[in-house]
Design a protein around this ligand. Structure first.
Ligand SMILES: Cc1cc2nc3c(=O)[nH]c(=O)nc-3n(C[C@H](O)[C@H](O)[C@H](O)COP(=O)(O)OP(=O)(O)OC[C@H]3O[C@@H](n4cnc5c(N)ncnc54)[C@H](O)[C@@H]3O)c2cc1C
Length: 385
């Protein structure tokens, strides 16, 4: 189906990005993959290209665009090329909305110019070893010092994307106990400088996919976080998380759709090239039917994603909409990618084939940003169930 969601400006950005990926990413990707991390200076190149500043106001060095669709194009183009940029999506798609909505002017002046040029990379730390889906159960604490100049942060986080490369991490911590009426009360957000004493990066976790993404454990031992680095109001953090999760879920939905599109392209090219029983695999009726069914599913994902992008740019994407979008797209993409891998036979299981990496990279989409089960709970609640 013809897409109507992108303007000529969006498409021009796509072209720039595609050339950039070919020149600056593809030649190095094997090395990044083997090292399990994107070199930090690559983020300076993304900064120079303007990727981090698209939605940042011009006074802080950005382009001042009011459209999430550029981020969607970034998801589409990385998936198309079979590459990933490590923690950069978290930096822009997850962290920026918090900074734009809850920073004071003074904080924006301090943090946004570096955010835009890639010298100040951000990550977000919600999850803890004992607390993933149930965020209200978090144990990390931040206690205001007696002289009121700083908070003392103690605790640990895990699964933090970009955790090795980050310069600043938005850390969620308890500043007050939960109340009997409201388990979510008492959580605050801090923009923590990763060079502070007592802040430590633990293991970089060994994952089955997203190998270039530095997913790490973090620990905080009496870290003195200046009061100037509290984000928004004390104890209101849980509400902030709720407001920003729809964009995170839309990002993952777009990424899943883009991975499914890439998988179909990889499978089509592979099956046209591979000959067995004296003819191309693509000539078997089963192959045609499989790819046709995948394409129909992809079209449904695309309509869903495009509607989500329009609603989000209009400020109308609800939490339940985003849950539904992510649930559908991640589950559908998993099915498409699995079928496309099957069409590759044994080669689909070998990492040097992009479909194999895509299969592993895609799997986490049904887990992070809210598991499929958590999303079903949100949708059901919205239905009045
Ligand atoms: C590669 C990767 C990157 C990540 N990046 C980040 C990051 O940058 N920052 C960050 O803060 N976190 C990050 N996460 C953490 C991620 O968001 C959590 O893993 C996710 O929220 C699930 O939490 P959990 O792993 O503790 O699983 P659990 O919450 O322990 O869930 C275990 C199982 O129980 C199910 N379950 C949970 N609640 C319910 C329920 N109410 N009803 C039915 N079933 C339920 C779940 O669906 C799941 O199947 C990342 C995770 C991964 C794997």
């Amino acid at each position: 189906m013809r897409r109507t969601v992108y303007t000529a400006d969006h498409e021009a950005f796509r072209e720039t990005l595609r050339s950039f990926i070919d020149a600056e990413v593809v030649p190095h990707f094997e090395e990044w993959y083997a090292n399990g991390i994107v070199p930090k200076d690559f983020y300076l190149k993304l900064g120079e290209l303007g990727v981090f500043g698209i939605e940042v106001p011009e006074e802080f060095g950005g382009a001042g665009e009011n459209s999430f669709k550029y981020s969607a194009i970034l998801q589409e183009e990385t998936a198309r090329a079979g590459v990933t940029f490590g923690g950069s999506s978290v930096h822009v798609d997850l962290c920026l909305p918090y900074l734009m909505k809850y920073c004071t002017d003074e904080q924006k002046k301090r943090w946004l110019p570096g955010f835009v040029d890639g010298t100040n990379m951000f990550a977000i730390a919600m999850t803890e070893p004992g607390t993933g889906s149930d965020l209200a159960g978090m144990k990390t604490t931040a206690k205001l010092s007696e002289d009121g100049t700083h908070y003392v942060l103690n605790g640990s986080k895990t699964f933090i994307t970009g955790g090795v490369n980050a310069d600043r991490v938005i850390v969620c911590a308890r500043t007050a106990p939960a109340t009997p009426e409201d388990r979510r009360h008492g959580i605050s957000l801090f923009v923590v400088d990763t060079s502070l004493g007592g802040y430590a990066v633990g293991r970089k976790l060994d994952k089955i996919g997203l190998r270039t993404s530095d997913t790490a454990e973090l620990s905080f031992t009496d870290v003195k976080v200046p009061v100037e680095d509290l984000l928004g109001e004390e104890n209101k953090g849980f509400g902030y998380l709720g407001q920003n999760l729809p964009q995170e879920r839309l990002t993952i939905a777009v990424g899943s759709y883009a991975q499914a599109a890439a998988a179909i392209r990889f499978a089509q090219a592979y099956t046209q090239d591979r000959n067995i029983f004296g003819k191309p695999v693509a000539s078997f009726q089963n192959t045609k039917f499989e790819l046709a069914a995948c394409k129909a599913k992809l079209d449904a994902m695309e309509s869903n994603v495009d509607r989500g992008l329009e609603l989000h740019d209009a400020g109308e994407l609800t939490a339940a909409d985003a849950a539904s979008l992510k649930l559908f797209c991640t589950e559908a993409a998993s099915d498409v990618i699995d079928r496309c891998l099957q069409l590759h036979g044994g080669y689909g299981y070998i990492n040097e084939y992009p479909i194999a990496r895509l299969y592993a990279d895609n799997r986490v989409n049904r887990i992070y940003g809210g598991t499929s089960e958590v999303l079903k709970s949100i949708i059901a609640k919205n239905m009045g169930l």
